[in-house]
Ligand binder design. Structure first.
Ligand SMILES: CCC[C@@H]1OCC(CO)=C1C(=O)O
Length: 214
């Protein structure tokens, strides 16, 4: 509740500090506030036990105001999951600025993902919604495939540069890393609300390094 109130509070602050925002900025700001609060409620209570009424109350808006921006609860879920996946290209841009070799780039991406799964409300909300896909009547992005392709590409590059043992198949390594990371973040979430995700991921990451390197 505190988190949602502070999100709503920040939205109000914008309209008083510098006078009213231009209409389109205010609308974008309102959508972002609704998305964050919906993400938090989806992440903590799940899709089925979150109502649009809950979301409206948390952002101190009417249900009609929320429906103006997101016509259904399913549309909100789609927006949260899309927001989850929109995080990764931005993370990749940041990681690539470090100009690491491809294997280290792949692992730095997953290190960053571990922090996002712990700290970013939209990433957390999207992760739970993807688990609950069977109960959401909407077209959600197919999970895992983008991460698998990104890691496969980076690991193929690493293989070509001699960074991987000659008997390692980059595709198999990419699929194994995605499954391992998914499991690490899921177990950490269920047992500890992801409080220990960076330690648990570091353990897995180090074992993979022993398996992948020549
Ligand atoms: C990087 C591991 C895969 C990642 O973990 C949770 C989740 C949500 O579905 C993922 C995805 O769809 O790519």
């Amino acid at each position: 509740a505190a988190g949602t109130a502070s999100v709503a509070f920040n939205a109000r602050k914008i309209t008083t500090a510098r006078g009213p925002e231009p209409r389109q900025d205010r609308s974008a700001r309102t959508k972002a506030v609704i998305l964050d609060v919906a993400s938090e409620l989806f992440a903590t209570r799940g899709f089925r036990h979150t109502s649009v009424k809950d979301i409206a109350e948390a952002v101190e808006m009417t249900k009609g105001a929320v429906y103006f921006h997101y016509p259904t609860k399913e549309a909100l879920a789609v927006a949260v999951v899309e927001g989850h996946y929109a995080y990764w290209p931005r993370l990749l841009e940041d990681v690539q600025k470090r100009e690491l070799p491809p294997l280290e780039t792949a692992l730095a991406m997953l290190d960053g993902a571990a922090l996002a799964f712990r700290d970013n409300v939209v990433v957390r909300g999207g992760a739970r919604l993807q688990i609950e896909r069977p109960h959401i009547d909407a077209e959600l992005p197919t999970p895992y495939v983008d991460w698998t392709e990104l890691l496969r590409s980076l690991l193929s590059d690493a293989y070509d540069k001699g960074q991987l043992a000659s008997d390692v198949d980059p595709g198999a390594a990419a699929r194994s890393l995605v499954s391992a990371f998914f499991g690490v973040q899921h177990v950490s979430d269920v047992l500890h609300g992801r409080a220990d995700i960076t330690d648990r991921w570091a353990e897995t990451r180090d074992l993979f390094l022993r398996a992948l390197r020549p």
